[in-house]
Design a protein around this ligand. Structure first.
Ligand code: ZN
Ligand code: ZN
Ligand code: ZN
Length: 354
């Protein structure tokens, strides 16, 4: 039962991010991260605090929106995050442009003097720094009048003094002042935000290499060539039996094209080819099979001999490129055949089978 629930949970998790990742702007960001293989590092500016300029550009969002989107993508497991920095901002106006003041813990005064105890090693004189004589070339010893040079004195201790209550202070409190709106606030009141470095989750990266993000690009290729995507992507054979494809698309002339896309680590087998051929023959439309990796040569010969239209490459990007060329060629062929009075229905299959 627990196992079952976990499986359901795991499944909804994946479904959730698969859906999110196909939002066009998210897809653009993820594809870019996947191709460059880099992480999204925040940049700091005094207007926005930490922001993500690359993400803002890819997502076409404001600094705030982009940061929200990245947080959402990390929440759904698409991005992994790692703490980059913690930053303070004004609780009143959210500006990150704040100054930090050290203040007296007794009266909150900012009027603090820092002092230290110096030992002049040459003559052994010890006193607070303020008692040494300030000369043009530096501090001089009040006893022997020599100018202090590096190595001739030692800082024995340092402390601060409040000029309001005149207390010597071992530790100071911190106060903050917003440079934008002037609001003064304590650390407790400050907005304390985390900023992260985001990277593409490894599992997502693997899914992308298996073609997760390419389906929409294959669809777009067809749309760019004048096809309308059919949903659900099913076709029936003459007996009414339904077959499922990755994409089915039609154009205004009633021409239907079906596409199956298989990205894998191992090449398609003979049985898989035969199975696809059965489906394509039954549905009798122009069918394109997209494969990564390429077929082994024997199986490729078989596929060619039975007239299958296969777009194959070593990478999903390569397959997409070839597919795109194939579809535009198909369009050109269709036009040519039409002018010769040919029926382009299932044209590719028939022509290849002659
Ligand atoms: Zn403020
Ligand atoms: Zn001295
Ligand atoms: Zn004080």
């Amino acid at each position: 039962m627990v196992q079952e629930l976990r499986e359901i949970e795991a499944k909804t998790g994946i479904d959730a991010w698969e859906e999110t990742i196909r939002e066009p702007k998210v897809e653009k960001l993820v594809v870019s991260l996947n191709e460059v293989g880099s992480s999204l590092e925040p940049a700091f500016d005094l207007e926005h605090g930490y922001r993500y300029p690359e993400a803002e550009e890819l997502l076409e969002e404001s600094p705030f929106e982009a940061a929200q989107t990245l947080a959402k993508l990390s929440g759904s497991g698409i991005l992994d995050k790692e703490l980059h920095d913690k930053s303070l901002s004004c609780p009143k106006c959210s500006s990150p442009n704040i100054s930090i003041n050290y203040i007296c813990p007794y009266d909150g005064s900012k009027d603090i003097t820092k002092d230290s105890l110096l030992t002049h090693l040459v003559c052994g004189y010890i006193d607070s720094r303020s008692k040494f004589i300030q000369e043009e070339e530096g501090l001089a010893c009040p006893r022997c009048k020599q100018t202090l040079t590096p190595g001739s004195y030692r800082i024995t201790g340092s402390w601060s003094q409040c000029n309001v209550c005149n207390r010597r202070l071992e530790t100071l409190s911190t106060g903050h002042r917003c440079r934008k709106c002037g609001h003064e606030f304590t650390f407790e009141e400050a907005k304390f935000d985390d900023s992260f470095v985001y990277t593409l989750n490894q599992q997502v990266r693997e899914e992308i290499s298996r073609g997760l993000l390419y389906l929409s690009q294959f669809r777009k290729t067809l749309e760019d060539n004048g096809y309308t995507i059919t949903t659900p992507p099913n076709l029936k054979d003459p007996s009414g039996m339904e077959y499922n494809f990755d994409i089915v698309a039609g154009d205004s002339k009633g021409i239907t094209i079906s596409v199956d896309i298989n990205f894998s680590d191992i090449p398609f087998t003979r049985d898989q080819i035969i199975e696809k051929f059965g489906k394509y023959s039954a549905t009798n439309k122009t069918s394109i099979l997209v494969l990564v990796p390429k077929l082994e040569s024997e199986i490729n010969k078989l596929a060619e001999s039975i007239g299958m239209v296969i777009t194959q490459a070593d990478s999903p990007a390569g397959a997409l490129h070839q597919f795109s060329e194939r579809v535009s060629k198909l369009k050109a062929e269709k036009q040519e055949k039409k002018s010769r009075g040919w029926s382009p229905f299932g044209g590719l299959m028939k022509r290849a089978r002659r």
